[in-house]
Design a protein. Structure first.
Length: 255
């Protein structure tokens, strides 16, 4: 279910939610017109206020969760760039031929990590990129092993930085896969539709549609959901994780 929701662009899901909210409000308004209430009866208003308050809490908590996961992905890019940079520094201290063997592999690895930031997790291309990453890890490990066997004096920092590079890859992939649960999103969508239905039922019972206010409310909720979903989709959308640390690393390695 998580992959199904993530397969759609955030604005598509938000637009579908807006249509569902508007449709629910219209149906509930017609039902409310059939059962009018007295002007002094405020019991329905309490349910409307409670549902909208619950929706506000869900929006706030969901936005905070999505933003936290987005920040974690951004931090993982910085951590990975630092780990690759540390390993590149050790490589620069090696003697030939290990240095010339490691540098092109390391540059290819950085380019691959940059491309992976634009690939969706569900795409077959991601599996190919993961396999290529594992192959590059093996190539780097093999060359480092040869350098250690030849008696390099920086064996310890070389191994430590290589381990950090591999660990950063695992941490970044875990952060990419860490998204909002489908159950949380479905709860948010359900609360938005139900609260709008209660508003429509109340408006219909009062014989006052309040169309402009209702449409404005639906637009605001849908826009907030769109931002939440955009934060929850790391490989596309308007809110993207900045790969500038990796780009800067690529430029420095090309010099």
């Amino acid at each position: 279910m998580d992959e199904f929701i993530a397969s759609f662009d955030s604005w598509v899901v938000a637009a579908a939610l807006a249509v569902a909210m508007l449709g629910g409000w219209g149906i509930a308004w017609k039902l409310g017109r059939r059962h009018p209430v007295d002007a002094d009866d405020t019991s329905g208003a309490r349910f409307v206020d409670g549902s909208m308050a619950l929706l506000g809490l869900l929006l706030g908590f969901t936005f905070a969760m999505a933003l936290s996961k987005h920040d974690q992905r951004r931090d993982m890019v910085v951590i990975e760039a630092n780990s690759i940079g540390d390993f590149a520094t050790c490589v620069a201290m090696l003697k030939e031929p290990a240095r010339d063997q490691l540098r092109p592999v390391l540059r290819e690895y950085v380019q691959l990590r940059l491309r992976m930031g634009d690939i969706r997790l569900a795409d077959p291309e991601m599996n190919v990129a993961i396999q290529k990453t594992d192959q590059l890890h093996q190539r780097l490990t093999g060359i480092v092993s040869q350098s250690i066997d030849s008696g390099t004096p920086i064996a310890v920092p070389l191994v430590n930085t290589l381990n950090a590079l591999v660990s950063a890859d695992a941490a970044r992939m875990a952060a990419l896969r860490d998204r909002l649960s489908a159950a949380v999103l479905m709860l948010l969508f359900g609360a938005a539709v139900i609260s709008t239905c209660l508003v429509g039922r109340y408006h219909g019972a009062r014989q006052k549609p309040h169309v402009f206010e209702t449409v404005s409310y639906i637009v605001l909720v849908s826009f907030a959901v769109c931002v939440i979903l955009d934060l929850n989709q790391p490989s596309r959308g308007l809110i993207r994780v900045d790969d500038w640390p990796l780009h800067r690393l690529t430029a420095s390695m090309a010099e």
